[in-house]
Design a protein around this ligand. Sequence first.
Ligand code: FEO
Length: 164
Amino acid sequence: MLMDQKLLDLFQEQINKEFNSAYKYLGMAAYFQTTPFHGFATWMRHQTQEELEHGMKLFDYVHSRGHCVELLPIASTPTQYASAFEVFNGALAHEQFITRSINEMYRVALEAKDYAAQILLQWYIKEQVEEEKQVQEIIDQFEFAGDNMGNIIAIDHEAGKRRN
Ligand code: FEO
């Protein structure tokens, strides 16, 4: 069954937001590659891949509902930041923005009585809890570390163990 137009528009926009997210995290990875924090660079590269998967899942869903995706423009993104802390704070703000966006999609899916879309979006709602949590945990570690570079290097080392 075809989708409600308003909901379809939000899906098209969300595909773009997920690919923009991938680009944003790639910019963060680029920044970290110019610093000694190669663990954070690895973490950001994994995050980039994850965002591409989020985008592709929506891409496939739109097609499975009988529509064709629109591929909207990807914005340029920074590759320079003042500090690792600034990067992760930016990542958290971005994830909160994505959470609000997914929640709005769910609200419209309820309004449209689109049960299939609701089931898909429940996966994203759950995923956003994880997305925010994993960034928040690193911010909490930074706050605990303060200015102690040895502690910050340890956080970087731990972040570099990320495998998915
Ligand atoms: Fe696709 Fe980081 O949310």
